[in-house]
Ligand binder design. Structure first.
Ligand code: ATR
Length: 277
């Protein structure tokens, strides 16, 4: 790509209209006075390879990848970061100058930074973490918690075998708990994470008995629409520190923006407002 071409980036998924990434990257480009555009692209699985081939020729420096392509894109990568290998999925692709396609996964980073920023007293090592759900999002959360030194993880999922699969993959520091007994995990946990889609607009709320929830627990939900889920509202009533899921979305975008546009962006109240527009 010639040096004076305007760098392009974007997000690929299907559907893609709901994505907040265009507002977010657009806000940072404007804030830092950078040349560049960030474009949402609805791409089917069948066309993914062809699109990834064409984009660098059109001046794209990278793309974010979202549902349903996060696992599939791994097939097209020439270089895969350790954390993307561990999670088995990528959310950030970079079209390198040497022609190689680099795949990274910044979801776990985003999860961790969100808690660090919004629950300053949170200590991942203080006690076990209770993780609800065992899908793709749970993989990133679990990898990040283990990497940061959580003592152990109590993992509960409606479909138990999916939790067991994660347990055999990630090892002994994970204990699987029956979905109907998920409330019991909360007596021990100092970090509580909902990675299920329950609580999202249009879905039923996540209803776990919270009677045993520790007052010193930090409770976070990956759901960000609505910002205050039933889980967070109830946990807040019980005096817990709660952190909504929007910050994870904002923080996971930081390493991508820096790599593509050369500036490490701040995540602040203006960033949140831009993503919510
Ligand atoms: P993601 O990649 O976003 O994690 P996913 O792989 O489809 O998406 O996982 C969604 C998670 O939400 C799973 O843990 C799923 O539980 P199952 O493995 O049993 O499907 C959970 N989930 C979705 N709807 C649910 C419901 N009605 N009750 C309980 N868990 C639900």
């Amino acid at each position: 790509m010639s040096e004076n071409r305007i760098p392009l980036a974007g997000v690929i998924g299907s559907p893609i209209a709901h994505s907040k990434s265009p507002q977010l990257h657009g806000h940072w480009l404007k804030t830092y006075g950078l040349r560049g555009h960030y474009i949402p692209m609805d791409v089917s699985t069948d066309n993914l390879g062809q699109v990834l081939d064409a984009l660098p020729k059109m001046g794209f420096v990278g793309v974010n990848i979202t549902v349903p392509h996060k696992e599939k894109v791994m097939e097209f990568a020439d270089l895969v970061t350790d954390r993307a290998t561990l999670i088995g999925a990528a959310n950030t692709l970079t079209f390198q100058k040497d022609g190689k396609l680099r795949a990274d996964n910044t979801d776990g980073y985003g999860f961790f930074e969100n808690l660090r920023q919004n629950a300053p007293n949170w200590n991942v090592k203080a006690g076990p973490a209770a993780v609800l759900g065992a899908g793709g999002a749970a993989r990133a959360v679990i990898a990040s918690l283990l990497d940061a030194g959580v003592p152990h993880i109590l993992l509960s999922n409606r479909t138990r075998v999916r939790a067991e699969a994660l347990q055999s993959e990630f090892g002994k520091r994970i204990e699987v708990v029956e979905w109907v007994q998920a409330g019991n995990m909360l007596e021990e946990a100092t970090t509580v994470v909902n990675t299920t889609s329950l609580g999202m607009l249009g879905k039923p709320p996540l209803r776990v008995p919270l009677d045993g929830l520790r007052k010193d627990a930090v409770v976070t939900d990956l759901v960000y629409a609505p910002l205050k889920t039933h889980l967070l509202a109830e946990a807040e009533k019980m005096g817990c520190t709660t952190v909504d899921g929007l910050g994870m979305l904002l923080h996971q975008a930081v390493p991508a923006f820096e790599r593509w546009f050369g500036v490490r962006p701040e995540v602040d109240s203006a960033t949140r407002a831009a993503a919510l527009r």
